[in-house]
Ligand binder design. Structure first.
Ligand SMILES: *[C@@H]1O[C@H](CO)[C@@H](O)[C@H](O)[C@H]1NC(C)=O
Ligand SMILES: *[C@@H]1O[C@H](CO)[C@@H](O)[C@H](O)[C@H]1NC(C)=O
Ligand SMILES: *[C@@H]1O[C@H](CO)[C@@H](O)[C@H](O)[C@H]1NC(C)=O
Ligand SMILES: *[C@@H]1O[C@H](CO)[C@@H](O)[C@H](O)[C@H]1NC(C)=O
Ligand SMILES: *[C@@H]1O[C@H](CO)[C@@H](O)[C@H](O)[C@H]1NC(C)=O
Ligand SMILES: [Zn+2]
Length: 258
């Protein structure tokens, strides 16, 4: 009897040690949420703890549905949940964006990741970490422009279309993300990455936060988007799951109030 009890307790203990940890990769949605110029302002109306809020789809940490740039592609609520998560592949380009805010992630960056961590897994969520998360929610710094209502003056990093085309033709990804306001870099006028992703029915994630809190391989990333009827995007709660054995810098999902 005692022996059996010990065995049962031990198996419970090992179940506990296999538990996963959640890491929030989402900026606060609120009055300081950053929108692309031209969008209506965030509107939070206090109604005695049964409040009302109105937000543009493309603000803060959010999803670009494939329909955003491709007619006939999935709207927000049509994206299958199976396509909204996968193994996390973080492409850290902080050393390159430091002196070049117009940096675009290259095929070489993807090759460098694969040399260190192996082939990009199937159904991956591939995200650029440019270090931009630390600038949020300062508009001047995020758009890297003193005229944050004029996109022609924006200078922030994004993906190069050649790297994205290679990813779609040679690997299998579920979602492509950035920690900046757009999957195309700030100086883009034709938004080729948005077009390529839309046509391939691949959602994009923008303004992903706190990527330094997770390892660049070995996590799972989830893009839990609002189930918005006919949406072209919408706010997402992005989070990663991580096993306790992985090295992590910070594990603190709290942040300052806004
Ligand atoms: C904000 O929302 C409230 C509640 O729906 C509405 O009464 C108000 O007109 C809205 N304000 C703006 C600026 O849209
Ligand atoms: C935002 O960043 C700019 C440029 O670095 C700085 O001048 C400004 O004080 C910052 N604003 C806030 C609210 O911190
Ligand atoms: C834009 O980025 C460059 C390079 O990081 C920096 O030197 C410059 O001060 C930034 N401009 C603004 C307005 O933040
Ligand atoms: C991450 O990559 C390293 C280096 O290749 C490897 O040792 C490690 O097992 C990988 N982690 C996971 C969880 O796949
Ligand atoms: C987590 O961060 C919050 C906000 O920065 C801070 O108030 C809190 O003390 C931190 N908690 C831990 C356990 O470090
Ligand atoms: Zn968007």
């Amino acid at each position: 009897m005692t022996y059996l009890w010990v065995l049962t307790s031990l198996s419970c203990l090992s179940a506990v040690s296999a538990e996963i940890r959640l890491v929030d990769l989402t900026h606060m949605h609120g009055p300081s949420t950053i929108y692309w110029p031209g969008n209506p302002k965030y509107n939070f109306t206090i109604m005695y703890e049964a409040n009302s809020f109105a937000t543009a789809e493309h603000g803060g940490t959010h999803l670009d549905s494939p329909s955003h740039f491709a007619k006939g592609a999935w709207h927000t609520a049509q994206i299958p949940m199976e396509n909204l998560y996968g193994p996390g592949v973080v492409i850290d380009v902080k050393s390159k964006t430091k002196n070049n805010p117009d940096y675009r992630v290259t095929l070489q960056d993807l090759m460098d990741w694969e040399r260190k961590y192996g082939r990009i897994p199937r159904k991956s969520v591939v995200v650029m970490n440019s270090g931009w998360s630390y600038f949020y929610p300062n508009k001047t710094r995020v758009f890297n422009s003193t005229t944050s209502d004029d996109p022609s003056t924006f200078h922030f990093p994004g993906w190069h279309e050649d790297a994205v085309t290679w990813l779609l033709n040679n690997r299998h990804i579920n979602v492509l993300g950035v920690d900046t306001p757009s999957t195309d870099y700030g100086q883009s006028t034709t938004f080729p990455v948005h077009v390529i992703l839309g046509k391939a029915n691949i959602p994009g994630m923008e303004n992903v936060a706190f990527l330094d809190r997770i390892p660049v391989n070995g996590t799972m990333i989830y893009a839990a988007v609002i189930k918005l009827y006919d949406g072209s995007g919408g706010p997402i709660r992005v989070f990663a799951t991580i096993t306790e054995k992985e090295p992590i810098n910070i594990i603190n999902n709290s942040e300052a109030k806004q």
